[in-house]
Design a protein around this ligand. Sequence first.
Ligand code: NCD
Ligand code: ZN
Length: 349
Amino acid sequence: MQTLTITTPDDWHLHFRDNEMLAETVPATARCFQRAIVMPNLVPPVVNADMAIAYKQRIEAARPQGSDFTPLMTLFLTNQTTAQDIVDAKQAGVTACKLYPAGATTNSDAAVKGIEALYPVFEAMQAEGLLLLIHGEVTEHHIDIFDREKVFIDKHLSLIVNAFPKLKVVFEHITTADAAAFVKEASDFVGATITPQHLLLNRNDLLVGGVRPHNYCLPVLKRNTHQQALRDVVATGHKRFFLGTDSAPHAKHKKENACGCAGCYSAWSAIELYAEVFEQLGAIDKLEGFASHNGADFYGLPRNTTTITLEKNQWQVPEQVTLADGTDMVPFYAGQPLQWKLKSAFNPR
Ligand code: NCD
Ligand code: ZN
């Protein structure tokens, strides 16, 4: 059987949630990822070093036996965040801070209104070497949801990267040709993550033939020309684009709802979903850079020393997973076939 061995990958953007949910989400990711950037949008959000350390310990306690999976922690920026919070975070080993424009997505009501007010905080991050991770969408009601990423680039992101040329900025879960072009043209201090859903799907997969709530995430899926631009950029192996699943679990009943939650739970098939994309693109040789090298290089962290092996062996993503407390969740790509399957992980070189 055809196999593919790559350096162990990392997930540079995901949501573990908290408490009982960690018993599900942490093993799912620790299955094949060595590290992950953990989003701080809990209720209440992770806004300081103490909260990040406590959350990190809860995640570590949920690792499978023998796993040395490493969560990389982030702070949730608010209008109350101070430069001292950044200094403390750096000292506590926090890796990055997440900027959510207020109301942009799940649990982001506490987030930032008036991004310019945070410039002193960005200054401190630049000085301390913390990365700025951005959910790049404006939230003004009169801006069409499909235009919100592009407007964010023009109104905010281009100003931030100009004002802080030595601040490492990750434009998270990009969804448009505009975002891909912006990052390509930016300096080496600007990178981007791309999710499996934005590479595999477009807005037809959300809306044609009925609303498909399990394909609903934010930023929302865009038209196929944007999907194509994202596929093109990863197929070229560009070094400042890397894997970030944005795996974001919600209970089935909260997604299949008159006001369904945004987020796709992709952790259990994450690396296989990306392998599917690169296989479709005829660029499977570019998977390793995207999944295992580019992110670590951008963050200034060592590449992982072990490998994982995938085999070409068609399988089907499960229709449903059930948590210990009985909560049902529908994984992303449920019931659909994938060509590559994880065979072994964390193999010595
Ligand atoms: C995320 C979540 O559920 O926490 N949802 C999503 O659609 N991606 C939040 C986020 O990353 O925007
Ligand atoms: Zn996210």
